[in-house]
Design a protein around this ligand. Structure first.
Ligand code: NCD
Length: 325
């Protein structure tokens, strides 16, 4: 399957023509579809236990994480190793350094090491774009501040497509802490571009006014926001990015916005539940819903993450891109 996809990419048109993957915003539907098709073939390859270790042999992938991460970092590491790359993990604490200077210094150092693929997570929105202007490597945004998290949106789309058979025409409710969520922003761009009706649902303090300009409908009430939804995507309450008083106690929040069976009942009878993780159980989601194998896609999202990152590394390593981000 992977070989077939590669031939399709080599012979046919290549729709993803950027050197980097910094954001979903601005990608056209054919580029997104092509990444998802290639990722689908990697799901099958991974499940069959076969490997594809020649593709990135001799290439170096550096995971540069300025923020904590479990699933995203390990997922990129596994994806790189499955394709035969040399993978180096760098965890950098930003607590005591001047971030701007350090980022540029680090980029200069990494460039001297001739790294081919640079995966970056940073608490400042725009940090991966800055690095992309400095280094020769292809840069992949693994989450920057409250801006974007493009591979999360791609893995969410792949998960949805595999269960619903399509993406266009679905109603997706993204619920909770929209204000601090780069996952929400990337998903809004991807899902609206691919023809979904996207709703955002949450308390007014956690939904910035400008979100309404992104082609979504805003709801402050779960009953109305989930009514007729095909997909209910819950988000973590990101207290580490909040100023005081933005939300009440966890218990109070759960009462109004936490997903339990009762609130899921407002959505379509076959609605599926997603969460990018890590979850605050009993704050934004009830364990009974999160762990229900018939309704929850949360574990599968993690599996799709590896396949999507393999597809992204594969695509960028071919170097079809122009030299600007
Ligand atoms: C998300 C992130 O880091 O943006 N997590 C992830 O990548 N799986 C969401 C979050 O931290 O809540």
């Amino acid at each position: 399957m992977v070989d077939a996809s590669r031939m399709m990419l080599q012979r046919g048109r290549v729709f993803y023509r950027q050197k980097h993957l910094l954001a979903i915003e601005g990608l056209e539907p054919p580029a997104i579809s092509q990444l998802l098709e290639l990722a689908e073939s990697y799901v099958l390859l991974n499940r069959s236990g076969k490997t594809q270790r020649d593709l990135l042999r001799g290439r170096t992938l550096i995971n540069l994480f300025y923020e904590d991460s479990t699933r995203t970092r390990t997922s990129f590491e596994l994806a790189g190793k499955r394709l035969g790359a040399d993978v180096i993990n760098m965890s950098v604490s930003t607590s005591s350094v001047n971030k701007g200077e350090t980022l540029i210094d680090t980029a200069t150092t990494l460039n001297a090491m001739h790294c081919d693929l640079l995966v970056v997570r940073h608490d400042q929105s725009g940090a991966p774009n800055l690095l992309a202007r400095i280094v020769d490597a292809a840069v992949i945004n693994a989450g920057d501040g409250t801006h974007e998290h493009p591979t999360q949106a791609l893995l969410d789309a792949l998960t949805i497509k595999r269960h619903k058979g399509c993406i266009a025409g679905l109603t997706v409710a993204i619920c909770g802490d929209i204000a601090h969520s780069r996952v929400a922003r990337s998903n809004i761009h991807l899902l609206t571009t691919m023809g979904c009706q996207v709703r955002v649902v949450g308390p007014p303090t956690l939904i910035p006014a400008e979100v309404a300009n992104l082609g979504v409908t805003v709801f402050h009430d779960m009953a109305a926001g989930l009514d007729g939804a095909d997909i209910v995507m819950m988000l973590r309450l990101q207290r580490e990015r909040m100023s005081r008083g933005q939300v009440p106690s966890g218990r109070e929040y759960f009462r109004f916005y936490g997903l339990d069976w009762e609130k899921l009942g407002y959505a379509k009878p076959d609605a599926l539940v997603m969460h990018p993780g890590p979850m605050n159980r009993a704050v934004e989601i009830d364990s009974a819903v999160a762990d229900d194998p018939l309704r929850s896609l949360i574990r599968e999202q993690v599996e799709m993450g590896v396949a999507v990152r393999m597809a992204v590394l594969d695509t960028l390593s071919r170097g079809h891109g122009r030299n600007e981000p």
